[in-house]
Design a protein around this ligand. Sequence first.
Ligand code: DHB
Ligand code: FE
Length: 311
Amino acid sequence: MSVSIFNTKEVQEFLNLASGLTQSAGNDRTKAIVHRLLSDLFKAIDDLNITSDEYWAGVAYVNQLGARSEAGLLSPGLGLDRFLDMRMDAEDEALGIANPTPRTIEGPLYVAGAPEANGFARLDDGKDTAGHTLIMHGTVRGADGKPLPNAKVEVWHANTKGFYSHFDPTGEQQAFNMRRTIITDAQGGYKFQSIVPVGYGCPPDGPTQALLNQLGRHGNRPAHIHFFVSAPGHRKLTTQINIDGDPLVNDDFAYATRDGLVPPLVERTDDASIKANGLNGPFAEITFDITLSALVNGVDNQLVDRPRLAA
Ligand code: DHB
Ligand code: FE
């Protein structure tokens, strides 16, 4: 039998009580958010006639998510990270702010404290022998379109198994493998040598993948490279590029693909290019210029502060 009690005085007063709205102690913002989310959940239980068994499966699921540290993986999978980006884009549009290089989600796998290099860095340690050499480079420009020397380009990506250092279940990768901070040169240039990454997949035995299975969805991302780009007078840009040609470029479970973030990948096999890059064989080359947006009234109005791993 289905009952509907959400709109009764008893339940509405109970929601106020459980959310601390009847207490003077506590945090008003927390109370407002909890009251809203709890109300929406109560209403959903009523409207969908969610059973006790379904409810307790949900409670167990939340515990599994925490035990496996997968809350930050489920979030992009359910499109919440993308939704937060859509909101920032809409805010920028309302303020008339252009983002020549689009933002896209950070993902859960950044690690602070990567080694810093000037102008050029090699990201990989050479041990992933399945890897195809990648040379990626570009110019970082300011809001005025002029090249920005001394900008900070933080870059991180996965290996050929789709695993990130510090989160690699095989334990194969050393600290900060395929993670670097590159300071742009006098012409605003950054350049790195690494290997072409392979797409990431959710842990197949984890709770994120389990829920995606229930939704009839896959848990895979196209191969991609993450960036934080920052410079004085500008807002920090969080973005990624996809590896052109990956079959999942337009089918990313984390919804991070955007127009302008799939630069062409060019295979270089000629001796001149190989020699010019100090390499001894063919490589892939990606050119990707990045333009930052100006501070808003002197502040980065969209800076995201979130718990991040630091090593
Ligand atoms: C996830 C993994 C990523 O590498 C990424 O960039 C975004 C999300 C995830 O597991 O949810
Ligand atoms: Fe990623």
